[in-house]
Write a protein that binds this ligand. Sequence first.
Ligand SMILES: C[S@@+](CC[C@H](N)C(=O)[O-])C[C@H]1O[C@@H](n2cnc3c(N)ncnc32)[C@H](O)[C@@H]1O
Length: 306
Amino acid sequence: MSDASAPNDPQAAIDSQGRRRGEELDDRIFEHSAGDEQVGIPFVGAGPGNPRLLTVAGKELLETADLVVHAGSLVNSELLDEYCDHAKLVNSVGKDLEELIPLMRDAYEDGDEVVRLHSGDPAVYGAALEQMDALEHEGVPTYFVPGVTSAFAASATLRTQLTLNEVSNHVAFTRPQGKTLSPEEDHISDFVEMGDVTTCIYLGTHAVRDTMDRLLEDDHDPETPVAVIYHASWPDEDVIVGSIDDIAEKVEEAGYRASALVVIGDAVTGAGYERSYLYGDWANRGSGSSDADTQTNETETQAGDD
Ligand SMILES: C[S@@+](CC[C@H](N)C(=O)[O-])C[C@H]1O[C@@H](n2cnc3c(N)ncnc32)[C@H](O)[C@@H]1O
């Protein structure tokens, strides 16, 4: 798999792996499921912060790791203390791919158990794939171990659902415009406009004022509920609840500029939802058939629909 012409150029590796991805599916997709033990460097989701929200697979991998490359302050140090105190720890913040890839490759090739630890779930604003592709290009296999993304910790803290019958039928994981997204690529206003979407904004704590100002300029209801959950599931977790109109002032008063999730929509409070079809009367009515299998299949289909 390695390209001897550019062994240490991550961009060439990403380009090459990107081309491969467009041409053929990786056989491992059909050989493994998420959660399986696999060969290579696992890219593990640490979850939102509380060590209890790490998956069993993630915990087992950390407990046997020799080298853990972690996402710095986004990973709760309690989790590192609890599961990785035997391992060499490297903070990835401030390191580029040119430094990180050889570090992980060399340790792996020396026979070390290497874990790449991302916050939340590595598949959500994790920039994991570029590291994985660069490693794969160097002949080092990699795989994902999912984690609890911060939006799920936030909804648990808020004691609500992100989808809620008659309130929110969709969820958007998004981020505001800035260095990475142009104003045209910022769809927060579009999601809010749809009315039945719970909009979960990552990487937007510093931009709450600008985001809310834009929503007001776009004539969205100023009373639309907004919650900002700082450090969801951490010991210093803080929940600020307000509306498009007043949340920016509240967040500024609290002084948060990072590490919070912004949730917009009626699901924030959960007010006004309707009983779902899943546990509606139909479940007690039966199918009129005495065939238990038929009834089970119908139940599963209905549950799937909901
Ligand atoms: C680089 S992204 C990583 C997201 C991560 N992969 C996830 O699935 O949660 C970092 C952003 O995630 C959000 N975030 C991460 N951990 C959080 C937590 N415990 N509470 C609230 N927001 C969090 C913040 O919006 C932060 O700016």
